[in-house]
Design a protein around this ligand. Structure first.
Ligand code: ZN
Length: 707
């Protein structure tokens, strides 16, 4: 297993994050390893369950640490065997051996780090604080291994197929990016920086989870919740009771700035309190404050980038992306900012007219929904009864995958997840062959990080003979007892989006694990997932799944027509909020080494002003103190990836529309040329083979009203 993937990747949407892990060199002797292996531990052998699903029912807390210890030792022993073999380096004895190494570590790390975001019990949180720096050190032990790097450079390429050549090249590049060419002193500094960064990342994530839970808004009376549905009020009462506040009401926070209840709450004072709870998370000066951590991380990342020969962390992080350069990224973001803010200002004027007063951030969603209703006769919240989670999954998401790709799904209650909420489906190709497993973990809980994401327990690889086991995590509030789970329109979008990532993992058809499924550059990975959103309102799909949960009535066509007619209205707000976060991310990661940021909130304000995104009624989608993507996820200097990928997405939607839409032929073409490739070929080349040309920007500009 490639070392850089010793933890599961995960793609947080609207929220996503993925721990890059790390290890203190616990130089185990062979005897230690044998002793550990003698103990029964479900991580020590490949799972015997279907598709090698991790044996969650047998995994107990006490298994993790011995498995990590054994996994680190085994991996290092395997690396030593490669470097000490005395044989002339070949592709097989060096690169393939490296690719196969670390199996135990990979098995334990994928499960552990999935739990650290999906079910972070106090035990898991404590252990993560120990394991994260050790894993960082372990990764350094491999990428900074001079003998290994020297062998990699000597591997002859003649006679290798294209994917194998690419494998060698990608390993060499990743070793160089990780510091393989630095001198001993610089490597020692690099190790110190990586270790501290991984500890800080864990600390940021855990404090944010705590302060997000602690910042939930507690209200005394149901009157204060006026505007919310009876179901939502009963869910708030249940949440308060669970938190030990029987008789009160608790509005919990989702990860982004905008809180769904703001659209409905009629009490302006309550709206303000909810908004302020959201934007002040992590910045309250209490023991869960994250600002100092963020500042320290930005500074350490700048120092590390300088060590590696880059001007800034942003330059280092975008060096291996599909975007041609950091400059191209910054230019594109700034170019989009002006028309986005212009649209947001014009939307604000309409809202002010409707409200009769100035629009504050906590007023935006409330009046936007009213104006949308008046102007286009669209009330998104009124759609909830048509979006029953069960139907959205089975008759929407799965049905679309059946129509496009011929997939069928069979729920496997005999296969057990890491929590009772987790459901497992077996996925079949049209010819009846098994493709992989899809796990769904839909409900929110205190042990789950905010947002939604996909990650992978088993990566498809011909080398290992494995098929994919992938999971989607969402954060949907649990309904009251016996009530259906009715989704907001946004949650339907998230459900389709995350499943697009799942398909990218499931359809992977590559040889090497390093290239499997979603192992593509950050600024490409959001492309397939965003494409999958196009089927939400596709006539044949929406008619199939969107039915009233009580009457069975289909979502009326004229409602769908009006949603389409509303088009880009409201995109001014969305795009401005998104770009605010993207440019804030770039600002934090464009500081040169040695810069001291005394006041992170002033830095944030200056970054937004500098980009022309300081329009007070539209705060950024994430502020620094809860920007989990960049301080506890894999998106540092990469939050721009969403809109960058969206160019490919919008252009692909155009292709589907002009090529006959929802057909098996179109699905197969997209699957074959793009979704199955992983990173086994240059992703932009895969796009070209699929599309017949490079992507064009125009469809994105039209979609977002920026043309
Ligand atoms: Zn995504």
């Amino acid at each position: 297993m490639p070392v850089r993937r010793s933890t599961g990747r995960s793609y947080a949407d609207e929220v996503r994050g993925c721990p890059r892990v790390s290890v203190r060199g616990s130089a185990h002797t062979g005897t230690d390893v044998q002793k550990l292996v003698l103990m029964s531990n479900p991580f020590f052998e490949p799972s015997t369950l279907d598709y090698q699903l991790p044996p969650f029912a047998s995994i107990r807390d006490e298994h993790y640490l011995p498995a990590f210890d054994a996994g680190f030792a085994e991996h290092l022993a395997e690396i030593d065997a490669i470097t000490d073999s005395g044989e002339v380096p070949t592709f097989e004895n060096t690169v393939v051996a490296l690719e196969r190494a670390g199996a135990t570590l990979h098995r334990v790390a994928t499960v552990f780090f999935s739990n650290s975001v999906s079910h972070a019990t106090p035990f898991i949180q404590d252990l993560e604080q120990q394991i994260a720096p050790r894993l960082a050190e372990h990764e350094d032990n491999i990428t900074l291994n001079r003998a290994l790097f020297a062998r990699l450079r000597e591997v002859p390429l003649d006679g290798l197929d294209d994917e194998s050549v690419r494998l060698v090249e990608e390993y060499l590049k990743s070793f160089v990016r990780a510091g393989a060419e630095l001198d001993d002193d610089s490597q020692a500094t690099l190790r110190r920086l990586n270790s501290e960064l991984s500890a800080l990342r864990t600390e940021f994530s855990q404090k944010l989870l705590k302060d997000t839970n602690d910042s939930a808004l507690l209200l005394d009376s149901a009157e204060e919740l006026d505007g919310l549905s009876a179901d939502a009020i009963s869910a708030a009462a249940g949440a308060a009771a669970d938190a030990g506040h029987e008789g009160k009401y608790l509005l919990t926070l989702i990860l982004p700035t905008a809180q769904p209840a703001l659209e409905l709450l009629t009490d302006r004072g309550v709206r303000r309190r909810l908004h302020e709870a959201s934007v002040n998370r992590g910045a309250r000066g209490n023991d869960a404050d994250t600002l100092a951590i963020a500042t320290r991380m930005a500074s350490l990342r700048a120092e590390r980038a300088a060590l590696l020969g880059f001007d800034t962390h942003a330059a280092a992080a975008t060096d291996n992306q599909t975007a041609p350069s950091l400059e191209a990224i910054t230019d594109r973001m700034r170019e989009l900012a002006a028309p986005a803010v212009r649209n947001a200002r014009s939307e604000a004027e309409e809202l002010e007219t409707a409200a009769g007063h100035a629009i504050e951030p906590w007023d935006w969603a409330f009046y936007a929904s009213r104006v949308r209703k008046a102007k286009f006769d669209v009330d998104l919240d009124a759609l909830r009864p048509y979006f029953d989670l069960e139907r959205v999954i089975n008759e929407g998401v799965f049905f679309a995958a059946n129509r496009l790709y011929g997939l069928t799904f069979t729920e496997r209650p005999d296969l057990i997840g890491y929590h009772p909420d987790v459901r497992v489906w077996e996925v079949f190709n049209e010819d009846g062959s098994g493709l992989g497993l899809f796990l769904g973990d839909y409900y929110t809980r205190d042990t789950k990080s905010g947002g939604a994401w996909m990650n992978s327990f088993v990566d498809q690889s011909a080398l290992e003979g494995t098929r994919a086991v992938v999971i989607n995590n969402l954060n949907i509030s649990r309904p009251g007892e016996g009530e259906p789970t009715l989704l907001s329109y946004d949650q339907v979008v998230t459900t389709f989006h995350e499943f697009g990532h799942a398909l990218h993992g499931l359809f992977s058809d590559v040889t090497y694990p390093l290239f499997s499924g979603t192992s593509v550059p950050r600024d490409f990975v959001e492309y397939p997932s965003q494409v999958n959103e196009m089927w939400i309102l596709w006539p044949e799909i929406v008619a199939h799944y969107a039915r009233h949960h009580e009457t069975g009535e289909a979502l009326p066509q004229d409602v769908i027509d009006r949603i389409h007619a509303a088009g880009a209205w409201g995109e001014g707000f969305e795009t401005t909020a998104y770009l605010g976060a993207a440019l804030l991310d770039l600002a934090w990661h464009s500081i040169p080494a040695g810069t001291v940021i005394e006041d992170p909130l002033a830095f944030e304000a200056a970054a937004l002003a500098d980009a022309g995104l300081d329009f007070a009624p539209v705060p950024p989608r994430y502020r620094t103190s809860y920007f989990k993507h960049i301080f506890a996820g894999g998106y540092a200097a990469s939050y721009y990836a969403y809109i960058w990928s969206e160019m490919l997405d919008a252009d692909t939607v155009e292709w589907f529309r002009s090529s006959g839409g929802l057909t098996r032929g179109n699905g197969d073409h997209f699957r074959r040329e793009l979704l199955s490739r992983g990173n086994s070929i240059d992703p932009l080349e895969a796009f070209r083979r699929f599309r017949g040309r490079d992507a064009e920007l125009q469809p994105l500009l039209v979609r977002r009203g920026l043309a």
